[in-house]
Design a protein around this ligand. Sequence first.
Ligand SMILES: [Zn+2]
Length: 112
Amino acid sequence: MKRDKVAPQRGLKHIPQRTCVFCREVKPKRQLVRVVYSAGGMAEVDVSGKKPGRGAYVCRSPGCWGKGLSKGRLEHALRGKIDPENWLKVVEFGTGFCSEAQSQLTQAVEVE
Ligand SMILES: [Zn+2]
């Protein structure tokens, strides 16, 4: 009798998973947006996902960029201080970017 062991699924590519700092959901990296904390002590939204520095991830969902996302939480994830002006820019950019990404994402899902 064969035992049903948890075998790795064949033909399935390994997709990097990251956790959203806001909702704590683990998602494929592509569905998240990276916030990077640069050596200069500034946080910024890293659309390319390739900038050097410590990164944190937030869903590409306007909901996760909303009021509930606190500066403290992102600072904790990035292990650095973000000044209020910098914080506003990050949130503003992230919210705008994710509103756009959301519609693109919906279309992409429909194509699949
Ligand atoms: Zn989220």
